[in-house]
Design a protein around this ligand. Structure first.
Ligand code: NAD
Length: 252
């Protein structure tokens, strides 16, 4: 199996949506490189993959740092075989109304989402180009369409959509597709933290979010992972430069 098994890299995969994507890709037959800020944070996701008979390695890296992003890709390529799939999922929020938003709130969100995705894609593309096959999926958000208190985050998530489309144009001739998944409200630590910040209970936040959704339930990390699984499949080779809203209702 090792000889033919493809490797996927998932950033921000210690928990939440990234962990669900990593587990799903392992179930789909990929060996998975788990990237998060510190290698020890990745242990739980690695163990979950090993429990189902999969292969995974952890790589500690701040994806917004060029040296760390490149080292993480190299480590995973060495340990699992050259990665042909990259999922840019690592993310942070630094929400605030415009007049209260600090320079650092702006910069840190741009750095993780945009610079991080760029650095990881630049480091990962070489193996894909050499193989003549590759898949890049960037995790955007419904916030790209406009969101109060999130001028930084919505700009970064809209930026990721343009980044995705340009990647698809540049890399298509090498058999590489690039797509984005834009989730709506998904229950994770990120949305828990935002409820805390706004000063409402998480239950109240979930209730308010669900009231706006056609499907009548909040998103789960697995909902996003299912969409990613499609984009990285062989069957999706004619689908590139797209943004799929996984948001429990019409968006985009
Ligand atoms: P989360 O906060 O639970 O997980 C994010 C992970 O990214 C964490 O493990 C964190 O350590 C890691 N990370 C942060 N900065 C990093 C860096 N510089 N380098 C490496 N790793 C880093 O968040 P989540 O809800 O699972 O979100 C995952 C992605 O989905 C993010 O890009 C987020 O913006 C996006 N998203 C989430 C929702 C939602 O409702 N939860 C909706 C739309 C989009």
């Amino acid at each position: 199996m090792t000889g033919t098994q493809r490797t996927a890299i998932v950033t921000g995969a210690a928990r939440g949506i990234g962990a669900a994507i990593a587990l799903r890709l392992a179930r789909d037959g990929f060996a998975v490189g788990i990237v998060d800020l510190h290698a020890d944070q990745c242990a739980q996701t690695v163990a979950a993959i090993e429990e189902i008979g999969g292969r995974a390695v952890a790589a500690g890296a701040d994806v917004s740092r060029p040296d760390q992003a490149a080292d993480a890709v190299e480590h995973i390529n060495d340990q699992l075989g050259g990665a042909l799939v990259l999922i840019n999922n690592a993310g942070v929020t630094r929400d605030n109304l415009l007049f209260k938003m600090t320079d650092d709130d702006w910069d840190s969100v741009m750095e993780v989402h945009l610079r991080g995705s760029f650095l990881m894609a630049r480091a990962a593309q070489r193996c894909m180009v050499d193989a003549g096959w590759g898949r890049i999926v960037n995790i955007s958000s419904t916030s790209a369409l406009g969101s109060r208190g999130q001028v930084n985050y919505s700009a970064a998530k809209a930026g990721l959509q343009g980044f995705t489309k340009s990647l698809s144009v540049e890399l298509g001739k090498f058999g590489i597709t690039a797509n984005a998944v834009a989730p709506g409200f998904v229950v994770t630590d990120m949305t828990r933290a935002s409820a805390e910040r706004i000063g409402i209970s998480f239950e109240e936040q979930v209730e308010k979010a669900v009231a706006r959704l056609a499907v009548g339930r909040p998103g789960r990390p697995e909902d996003v992972a299912n969409a990613v699984s499609y984009f990285v499949s062989d069957e999706a080779e004619f689908v590139s430069g797209q943004v799929l809203y996984v948001a429990g209702g019409p968006r985009g």
